[in-house]
Design a protein around this ligand. Structure first.
Ligand SMILES: Nc1nc2c(ncn2[C@@H]2O[C@H](COP(=O)(O)OP(=O)(O)O)[C@@H](O)[C@H]2O)c(=O)[nH]1
Ligand SMILES: [Mg+2]
Length: 280
């Protein structure tokens, strides 16, 4: 079936394969990824969300070089390398990590303040390359313990510039501190854990993940279905145009033949008449 489709139109095969992949994906757990600058606190955030497991490597140096997936609490968590990497491969890895996600956490450290040029560039890229970005990007302003009194002011300025780049409202942002969460857990201080913003964010992800997964997956299926339909229509129109061109050529050839034949029979008739006049 697929081979016949490829012969009919090259786009049909790739679109059909993407459609089949998306169909298969409707049965997988919600995919939640992080994206952001190196040291924004992405891996620490995922560890806090996957508590008590801490499956992701954290550190002052670049730790995450390939996309890492961990299944925890009914969700596939995906860690990606930083978007400010100089390594082309790391950036490809990040894109690989984000391509099929249902929700991604855009992590930016409050300590840094405003969005950096590379982040704006990245956000602009995903806005153009990934469908329904604003419905599945959850802004996470991290490391709030580093700015305490300033957190709110920096967070609202960040949200404004993020929405400017993405061209509209995103999901409501979360302000968190993975460090506070870790200390609170270690020292058994529930208030500190709560104030880290992690339990709230976790609850939001759990509440919304299944819904988001269904919505984005259905949307993706619909978009692919439409693409498949367009490719089929295009293939049909192409065949129709070829058929019309062929019929026209055949009709022209037939007319030329008929003209030749008419001309020939006219000549023959004239000759016969001439002979009759001369010899009969
Ligand atoms: N003070 C503070 N430091 C943090 C927090 N989250 C992460 N860090 C530190 O920031 C550094 C980079 O963290 P990491 O999670 O590896 O960042 P990634 O490169 O974005 O994955 C590490 O030294 C972490 O200990 C936080 O909430 N508060
Ligand atoms: Mg990391």
């Amino acid at each position: 079936m697929t081979d016949i489709l490829t012969q009919i139109h090259p786009h049909l095969k790739t679109t059909l394969e993407a459609y089949r992949k998306a169909r298969r994906q409707t049965d997988t757990p919600p995919q939640v990824a992080v994206a952001g600058m190196l040291k924004a606190g992405k891996s620490s955030l995922l560890n806090a969300l996957c508590h008590p497991d801490e499956p992701f490597a954290v550190g002052a140096v670049r730790q995450t070089v390939v996309v890492q997936r961990q299944h925890h609490g009914g969700i596939d968590w995906i860690d990606t390398p930083g978007i400010d990497t100089r390594e082309e491969n790391d950036l490809l890895e990040t894109w690989r990590g984000l391509a099929d996600t249902d929700l991604f956490l855009f992590v930016h450290s409050l300590e840094i303040g405003a969005l950096e040029k590379q982040e704006r560039q990245f956000l602009d890229d995903i806005r153009r390359r990934l469908p329904a970005v604003r419905e599945r990007l959850l802004p996470v302003w991290s490391q709030m313990d580093q700015v305490s009194g300033e957190a709110e002011r920096i967070a609202s300025a960040l949200q404004r510039s993020l929405e400017k780049v993405l061209g509209g409202r995103t999901l409501p942002p979360a302000v968190v501190s993975a460090k506070r969460h870790q200390t609170g857990r270690r020292k058994n201080k529930p208030l500190l854990v709560e104030k880290s913003g992690i339990p709230d964010l976790h609850a939001r992800i759990i509440d919304h993940a299944a819904q988001i997964a269904t919505d984005t997956r259905v949307q993706r299926l619909r978009a692919l279905w439409q693409k498949l339909d367009e490719a089929t229509q295009e293939a049909i129109s192409e065949r129709r145009r070829e058929f019309q061109a062929l019929s026209q050529r055949r009709w022209k050839r037939e007319r030329a033949l008929r003209d030749d034949l008419d001309h020939f029979s006219e000549q023959m008739k004239a000759r016969i008449e001439y002979f009759e006049r001369q010899y009969c």
